[in-house]
Design a binder for this molecule. Structure first.
Ligand SMILES: NC(=O)C1=CN([C@@H]2O[C@H](COP(=O)(O)OP(=O)(O)OC[C@H]3O[C@@H](n4cnc5c(N)ncnc54)[C@H](OP(=O)(O)O)[C@@H]3O)[C@@H](O)[C@H]2O)[C@@H](O)CC1
Ligand SMILES: [K+]
Length: 477
């Protein structure tokens, strides 16, 4: 499991550790890891041209000490000081002793243009809001340069706790972060600014419960259901799909396609698209009666392509088994009926649907994904999976939010969400908790999307067909 901790937690752990260590020891650990990552990136340090962008805090201090280490190995190092009188004094002295030099911001443009490597030490976890006006031109110069860009701890200008980017921020090829990942490094839009991320341990002792966690292959492998020898289809779980309409039969077919690959023992379909479903997937148990009379079901998926069928949504919500609500179902579900449920509920909106549920603009959700998913989970008393560039899953009762690391932009294709809801519903029927079902499904779905796309556009059915390959990949490790 990869974890991320917020700024307040990092600060507390830092204070605790600093009290036990000689002054400056933590910064030296950070700078040593940073310099090593820069050296790896450069390949040959001797003779390379390195530019440090140095703000007024300890983030700039890290850059200066790392610059000193590179200068001692023969790099030509220039530090651009944004606030010369407030630059980290010890770091600056170390750089000068090592043969590096410091210049004012006016010299930055030309230096950056000729640099092999730029270190962004403008601001780290002490940053508030986007970059300040005096730092903005540097971001422009960095974006135009051919140099590799390494962000110190975080790309300057992104919000460490939420992943929000207000205004200009530095775009890095690599972010070297200290002690722990910060939530912003794993959540879009900030994640895109970070490039690849390298974690340098500095000995922080962090609490057991992180802010954010990202499942890895081994975590998902542990969650996936494995049928025992004596399992019959009912023990493996039956998932009910109440989806599709005369107008949108495809949503039903795709949700069933996802459900069939999710480990449930059987898939039961209820709704007006039965013929289309059975033609494509003859193994489906099709019923033309409502959910209540459809027979035994261990979890329901309701909503994909449901049009305006509010009665079916209400009927499913009244069932005392786990329910996944997606697409039209999100609009049709009575909030009070969702809150009143005792069995687990998983809601799976994309940003537009989440915005409608919260009564805000879509870009507010896209720019503040973490707070949006938490807010929805709290309001509905349900687990919420917020789809998108970085899919997030929050539990009804708070706790760490799961962030999916396998997403790919190729998944932004019509019907892909229907496949995901079928898959997650199937895992719910197999007995996973709402958060585990949602995050394991997002993981497999993302991986299947990558396998299917392999660098080219894909349709939702291609993704469904590669779920088995993703499952195998996860289980085989
Ligand atoms: N935690 C750890 O364990 C360790 C932490 N370490 C390092 O310390 C870093 C944190 O250092 P920090 O606390 O000094 O804050 P930092 O990020 O340098 O920024 C504060 C300065 O930036 C300014 N500023 C603010 N917003 C701005 C903006 N939008 N645009 C431009 N400027 C802005 C602000 O100015 P002021 O408001 O004072 O005018 C203030 O002077 C951390 O990220 C890591 O790199 C490692 O060395 C070792 C272990
Ligand atoms: K930075």
């Amino acid at each position: 499991m990869r974890t991320a901790y917020g700024v307040e937690t990092v600060r507390a752990a830092e204070r605790e550790l600093m009290a036990r260590l000689p002054e400056g020891a933590l910064m030296q650990r950070a700078a040593a890891g940073l310099a090593a990552a820069c050296a790896d990136l450069l390949g040959r340090v001797y003779g390379s041209r390195v530019v440090l962008l140095v703000g007024s805090g300890d983030n700039g201090g890290d850059a200066l000490y790392a610059g000193a280490r590179l200068a001692r190995r023969g790099a030509g190092v220039s530090a651009v000081l944004l606030a010369p009188e407030r630059a980290h004094a010890g770091g600056l002295a170390a750089l000068r002793r090592a043969g590096g030099r410091a210049v004012g911001a006016e010299a930055a443009g030309e230096l950056i243009e000729r640099a092999d490597l730029v270190l962004d030490g403008i601001v780290g976890i002490g940053g508030k809001g986007g970059l300040r006006p005096e730092a903005e031109p540097l971001a422009g110069a960095v974006a135009r340069a051919r140099a590799a860009v390494v962000a110190v701890d975080l790309p300057s200008g992104v919000d460490a706790d939420t992943g929000e980017v207000r205004g200009t921020a530095i775009r890095a090829d690599l972010t070297v972060t200290f002690g722990t990942h910060k939530p912003g490094l794993l959540i879009d839009p900030a994640r895109e600014y970070a490039g690849s991320v390298r974690l340098v341990g500095i000995g922080l002792e962090l609490p057991a419960e992180p802010e954010l966690e990202a499942l890895q292959h081994a975590d998902v492998a542990r969650l996936l259901p494995v049928p025992a020898a004596e399992s019959d289809k009912y023990r493996r779980g039956v998932v009910g799909i109440a989806a599709g309409s005369a107008r949108y039969p495809g949503a039903a077919v795709l949700a069933v396609a996802g459900a069939l690959r999710g480990g449930a023992g059987a898939v039961r379909y209820v709704g007006p698209a039965g013929q289309a479903v059975i033609a494509r997937f003859p193994e489906t148990l099709v019923s033309d009666r409502g959910p209540e009379h459809a027979g035994r079901v261990q979890a329901w998926v309701v909503g994909p392509g449901a049009g305006d069928d509010a009665a079916t949504v209400a009927e499913v919500l009244a069932a005392d088994v786990p329910v996944l609500i997606d697409a039209d179902g999100l609009r049709l579900a009575e909030p009070s009926a969702v809150r009143a449920r005792r069995a687990p509920t998983l809601m799976t909106p994309h940003a537009g649907e989440a915005a409608a549920l919260l009564g805000v603009e879509r870009n507010e959700v896209e720019n503040g994904r973490l707070s949006a998913v938490r807010e929805l989970a709290a309001r509905y008393g349900a687990a919420v999976l917020l789809k998108g560039s970085t899919t997030l899953v929050a539990d009804a009762g708070g706790g760490p939010v799961r962030v999916n690391p396998t997403g790919t932009s190729w998944l932004a294709t019509a019907g892909s969400g229907d496949v995901l809801s079928g898959l997650a519903g199937s895992l719910l029927a197999a007995g996973l908790s709402a958060v585990d079902a949602g995050s394991a499904a997002a993981y497999l779905h993302g991986l299947a999307g990558r396998f299917a796309a392999d660098g080219a556009p894909v349709g939702a059915h291609d993704v469904a067909e590669r779920i088995a390959a993703a499952w195998r990949d996860v289980v085989r490790g």
